[in-house]
Design a protein around this ligand. Structure first.
Ligand code: CUA
Length: 390
């Protein structure tokens, strides 16, 4: 009897939780209200089955409880009942799957006049590419990827010359205009997901997948990677900024094209001096995903922390000791597995960085090593192993 009461309570609590919980969908900011409808259909069907099954079990426990002198009748087969259960289950599953297939086929069939943008994923960052004035994206090939050519574009393809390259995790889109998002991965599986837009799609190495949407609300929306892609997965984030068409056009016109980027690969060096270099390194640590695994405040992290790292003595996996100078840091970034620090797994991916980018990162790490001693002690108190080798 207590089991029956527990089941009824679970049903009541589940229904109450659904209506009273603070966890609702984020406000819809695209044309994909149909996706919410399909989720609602699935929720209602599974909820009805959940309630019916649990109440039936509770009822059976009471109705057929043990009574002295009564024996259960054995009924090995009931064709009528099996027929009904098969039919009802089939209808329920079809009702859950059919709307989803219908919406999915719509979601991957963009309208002809849609704006095109490519989202390029890699561990653990996002980049974006627009086709430029000719409306065509240039040929790309992962084999061509380098520090100066992060999209792997083919310089021989004239269609790629005017491609607009966004080497950052921020994508701007015009309001109320359909946009096709082509998805490409440089390494492993990732997933492009913007909760406010409802749409999500895997990035599959070797394939170009796609989806389309029309932003219906201006604002800034988070892009999340929704496919476990390594230790930095949680930090593979970005943003979509939706604005009026004029504002979007102004932004797009200010972004570099492939031709311009090739003509002036050292444009980032415009700002000189150690402070500017360190600031550039700090920005790189964010955009290149370093910050996902390397803490800068002395707290423990997946990889060795950067606070107080420069100039310190390091014990390597083989027991030898090295001094963390410029050469050591550069080599550790270029060849992560070459001088593995004791206590840390060999999981750091190789990131293509230009010489100037490498110098900027090292300059930034240097500034973290020159922190006042008091701050270091503070950090050490908070985290006993202080990001130094365990
Ligand atoms: Cu990329 Cu998770």
């Amino acid at each position: 009897m207590s089991l029956a009461i527990a089941l009824v309570l679970i049903v009541v609590a589940s229904v109450l939780f659904h209506f009273l919980s603070p966890w609702w969908f984020t406000p819809l900011s695209s044309n994909w209200g149909q996706l919410d409808d399909t989720i609602l259909v699935t929720l209602v069907i599974t909820a009805l089955v959940f309630i019916a099954v649990n109440l039936f079990v509770a009822w059976s426990i009471v109705r057929f409880r043990h009574r002295p002198g009564r024996r259960a009748a054995f009924e090995p087969e009931n064709r009528r009942l099996e027929g009904w259960l098969t039919l009802v289950t089939t209808l329920g599953i079809v009702a859950m799957l059919a709307p989803g297939l219908y919406v999915y086929s719509d979601m991957i069939s963009p309208p002809k006049d849609a704006l095109v943008v490519e989202a390029l994923g890699q561990q653990w960052q996002w980049r974006f590419r627009f086709p430029g004035a000719d409306g065509r994206l240039g040929r790309s090939d992962t084999a061509r990827v380098s520090a100066d050519n992060p999209f792997g574009l083919d310089p021989a393809d004239p269609a790629g010359e005017d491609d607009v390259l966004i080497d950052a995790a921020e994508l701007h889109l015009p309001l109320a205009r359909p946009v096709t998002v082509l998805l490409r991965s440089r390494d492993v599986l990732h997933n492009f997901y913007v909760p406010h837009f409802r749409v999500k799609m895997d990035l599959v190495p070797g394939l170009v997948s796609r989806l389309w949407l029309t932003p219906t609300q201006p604002g800034r929306f988070e892009i999340l990677c929704a496919e476990l892609c390594g230790v930095g997965h949680f930090n593979m984030r970005g943003a979509v900024v939706v604005a009026e068409a004029a504002e979007f056009d102004t932004w797009l016109a200010a972004q570099p094209t492939f031709a311009r980027m090739r003509a002036a690969p050292a444009a980032t060096e415009a700002a000189t001096g150690p402070a500017a270099l360190a600031a550039q390194g700090r920005a790189l640590a964010q955009t290149r995903g370093c910050a996902a695994c390397h803490s800068t405040d002395g707290s423990p992290s997946v990889g060795p922390g950067w606070r107080g790292l420069y100039g310190s003595a390091r014990t390597l996996a083989d027991g030898s000791r090295v001094h963390a100078d410029d050469a050591y840091l550069m080599r550790s970034i270029r060849e992560p597995a070459a001088q593995l620090v004791q206590g840390y797994p060999a999981i750091m991916p190789v990131t293509a960085l230009g010489d100037d980018e490498l110098a900027a990162l090292v300059a930034y790490i240097k500034t973290l090593g020159e922190a006042p001693a008091a701050a270091d002690e503070d950090a050490a108190r908070r985290a006993p192993n202080g990001g130094t080798p365990r």
